[in-house]
Structure formats: C-alpha cells, structure tokens
Design a protein around this ligand. Structure first.
Ligand SMILES: CC(C)(COP(=O)(O)OP(=O)(O)OC[C@H]1O[C@@H](n2cnc3c(N)ncnc32)[C@H](O)[C@@H]1OP(=O)(O)O)[C@@H](O)C(=O)NCCC(=O)NCCS
Length: 139
C-alpha cells in the first residue's frame, strides 16, 4: 500500500540527496511551504513530487520521481492522484506540468494521467531542447 503525505523537516536530508538539483535552501523552502509530497511503502520513502504555483495560483508539478526499484507498480500514479486531490480541495481547476521535448516516456505518462500538450518554449542558454508544457483541467 502506498501512503502519501507532505514532507516534513525530518525528510530534508533525504530530499537534498534525491532532488539534488534543487539545492538545500530550495528544498527547505518547499518543505516549509508544503510543496513536497512523499510516497511511502512500509515506512520507506519510494518517491517524491515537488510543485509550485504558476502565477502564484495554478499548481505546477515541477518534478515527480519514483525510486528506480519501485517504478511501474502504481506508486507514481498514487502520488500524482493524491496531489491532484489536494489541489482540487484547495480550489484549483487546472494543473500544469512540463518536460523536455525529447523525454517521450515521461510525456506519455503525463498524457496517461489526463494532461494535454499545449505548446513548447525554447530556453536558450538554459536547455538545449525546447520545454513542452501540459495542462489538465480538474474543475
Ligand atoms: C515517470 C514516473 C514518475 C512514473 O511513475 P511510476 O510509479 O513508475 O508509474 P506507475 O506505475 O504509476 O504507472 C502507471 C501506468 O503507467 C505506465 N507507465 C509507467 N511508466 C511509464 C512511462 N515511462 N511511459 C509510459 N507509461 C508508463 C505503467 O505501465 C502503468 O500502466 P499499467 O498499470 O497499465 O501497467 C517514474 O517512472 C519515474 O520516476 N521516472 C523517472 C523520472 C521522470 O521521468 N519523471 C517525470 C518527469 S519530471
């Protein structure tokens, strides 16, 4: 069984290791604001979801990652659906996410979860390929 809950102070070291590109200051900030959800199985952390809010109000899933040994067993879906439900409870009517344009497998997974592609932007100097954006209406 997968249990999903917001990350707490005690999870910061694990998140800093696993979500390394975020850096400790950003990880701590996101934990304080409730912007991390963790999936646990038998007490062990098996995945995380980090989000923010586009325009300060549209929930934007920045990162979802399941530990390699636990992939393709429903953990990612459980984590995503728990986030969607939490955002709906807050009154959100739309979700956003994005992915590098050559990452076809995560994109297929986003589509499977009800996201539709809405366009791509180039990020010269930041990324060598365009970033594709997706939305999901949950109203
Ligand atoms: C993408 C990811 C979050 C999916 O989580 P997961 O727990 O492995 O996926 P689930 O088991 O919940 O997937 C549910 C369904 O989607 C399918 N699926 C899983 N990964 C998939 C993929 N990469 N592409 C297409 N379908 C996929 C599964 O077969 C499953 O279908 P089924 O129940 O009919 O067999 C996870 O594989 C991961 O962490 N990948 C690496 C990081 C990444 O790419 N993150 C996303 C961009 S930030």
């Amino acid at each position: 069984m997968v249990e999903v809950a917001s990350a707490s102070q005690a999870d910061i070291d694990w998140l800093v290791r696993q979500d390394a590109s975020a850096g400790k200051a950003w990880v701590s900030r996101c934990v304080a604001l409730g912007e991390y959800l963790l999936a646990r199985q038998a007490g062990e952390i098996v995945g995380f979801l980090r989000f923010s809010r586009f325009w300060g109000r549209v929930p934007y899933m920045e990162m979802i990652r399941i530990q390699p040994a636990h992939r393709r067993s429903g953990v990612g879906t459980a984590l995503f659906l728990a986030w969607e439900e939490a955002m709906r409870a807050e009154g959100a009517r739309m979700l956003m996410t994005s992915s590098e344009c050559d990452e076809s497998r995560p994109q297929d997974w986003h589509r499977r979860n009800g996201f539709a592609e809405i366009g791509a932007i180039e990020l010269p100097g930041l990324q060598s390929v365009p970033e594709v954006f997706f939305i999901k209406h949950i109203g």
